[in-house]
Every structure is written in structure tokens, then in C-alpha cells.
Design a protein around this ligand. Structure first.
Ligand code: C5P
Length: 231
């Protein structure tokens, strides 16, 4: 049975450590997220190796934002790596350009709505229009879908409302901020369990520290997988 609803965040310093972790996890994990923190540590080379030599799926979390011409070129280059998911900012012009760059590949473009670390004061500082944050998240998700995003990244607490949007039909919702029962929350504030995230409408959950900081990463991943299997 496919176990790709769990995406493990490889938030380690470099490709060597990333490969070590992926080797430990073995067949308990088939989908990995590689983010900006590992970009200068060989992140893209590791993505390539995990895809080509280990048959893994890769979510490259780059949260791109630029003029359309540059986004299109960047995504066209990344699409050649056989990645599964790529994040860009959820602004409609960015999504549209990324979709053009991804044409002819299987790369799915996921839009970032509003970073969950931001509060209303941060939005004011960034000159983002008035309104409460959850409403703005929903509005941005709707616009990202209308611009053609294959999916969005969302807090599991917002997933149910996004799933209910008419524009969300057939689109993906991917949620970080997930903690197995009893796990340390770290700096995540608004968390749910893996099962709750899926019940709220998430297609994939992203989990990092509860797995890679565990004394038994493989056991931690297997425990989440067996939770998800029953759903
Ligand atoms: O270690 P943890 O499970 O909290 O990792 C979650 C992953 O999801 C990290 O790679 C983090 O950067 C990412 N993420 C997040 N919240 C967001 C966007 C991304 O936790 N709003």
C-alpha cells in the first residue's frame, strides 16, 4: 500500500546528513521535503539522488517569488529534475508563470498562502490589506486555485475551510504543523495530529522534528504510517 501521504522534512544541514537519514528511514518513507535551508548544502543533488537511485518522491520547498519571466525560467529548470511538488508564493502572477514553466512535466505547483509564523502586525508591517488572518488565507487560497495552482500549503487548522472552497475541488492541500499525540510541539503553535489533519481535508502531511530528532526515526515514521493506514 502506498505510504506517500507522509512527507518527511529533511531539515538537516547538508546532503550527507540528509542521505544518512533517508537511509535510516528506508522503505518506511517514500516522500521527502527539501527546503531552502539545505540549498547550499547540496539539496538539489540530494533530491536528484533520492529520485534517481532510491525511487523517492520529492517536494522542493523553495517558496519562489519574482517577476513572471524569472519564475517561468526557474520552474522550467527545476521541472527537469523530475520533482513531484514545488512551492511558490500564492500570488496569481507567480502561480500562472510557474504553471507555464512546469508545462510538459509532472511537477505540481503548490501555492503558499500566508506563512503561519506571521501575525496581523507582520501583515501591517508588510502593507498587506486589512482583514483577519484566516479570512485572508482563504482568499489567497481561492485566488491561487483560480490561477491554476495544483494545491496549497496550509495549517491543518485551516485545511477544512480551504477544502470547503468550491475552487479546491480536485486540488491538493499539504499541511505542516502536524504532531503525533504526545510529541513535542517545538515552535509550532497551531498543530493537529496526523489523523486530524487528514480528517480536515489534507492530502499530505509534512513532519520533520518528531521523526529526525527521534532516537528511533524509523520507528517514529512507522508509527505515523500505521496511524494513517487506518484512515
Ligand atoms: O519539524 P516540523 O515538523 O515542525 O517541520 C515542519 C516543516 O514544515 C519544516 O520544514 C517547516 O519549515 C515547514 N513549514 C512549517 N510551517 C509553515 C510552512 C512550512 O512548519 N507554515
Amino acid at each position: 500500500m502506498s505510504n506517500d501521504r507522509l512527507i518527511v522534512a529533511l531539515d538537516v544541514a547538508n546532503a550527507v546528513q540528509g542521505l544518512e537519514l533517508a537511509t535510516k528511514l528506508g522503505d518506511s518513507v517514500s516522500f521527502y521535503k527539501i527546503g531552502l535551508g539545505m540549498l547550499t548544502g547540496g539539496g538539489l543533488a540530494l533530491a536528484n539522488e533520492l529520485i534517481q537511485e532510491h525511487g523517492k518522491r520529492i517536494f522542493l520547498d523553495m517558496k519562489l517569488f519574482d517577476i513572471s519571466n524569472t519564475i517561468e525560467a526557474a520552474v522550467r529548470g527545476l521541472a527537469a529534475f523530475d520533482l513531484d511538488f514545488l512551492t511558490v508564493q500564492g500570488d496569481p502572477h507567480v502561480i500562472r508563470a510557474a504553471k507555464i514553466g512546469a508545462e510538459g512535466s509532472n511537477l505540481k505547483i503548490l501555492g503558499v498562502t500566508i506563512l503561519t509564523s506571521l501575525d496581523r502586525q507582520d501583515l501591517d508591517d508588510g502593507l498587506i490589506k486589512p482583514g483577519n488572518l484566516p479570512d485572508l488565507v482563504l482568499e489567497r487560497a481561492g485566488r491561487a486555485f483560480e490561477a491554476g495552482a495544483h494545491g496549497v500549503i496550509a495549517s491543518p487548522m485551516e485545511a477544512a475551510q480551504i477544502r470547503a472552497l468550491p475552487q479546491a475541488s480536485g486540488r491538493l492541500i499539504v499541511t505542516p504543523g502536524v504532531r503525533p499525540k504526545g510529541a513535542d510541539k517545538g515552535d509550532q503553535k497551531r498543530v493537529t495530529t496526523p489523523a486530524e489533519a487528514i480528517a480536515n481535508g489534507a492530502d499530505h502531511i509534512v513532519v520533520g522534528r518528531p521523526i529526525y530528532q527521534s532516537v528511533d526515526p524509523r520507528g517514529a515514521a512507522q508509527a505515523i504510517q500505521s496511524n494513517l493506514r487506518g484512515l
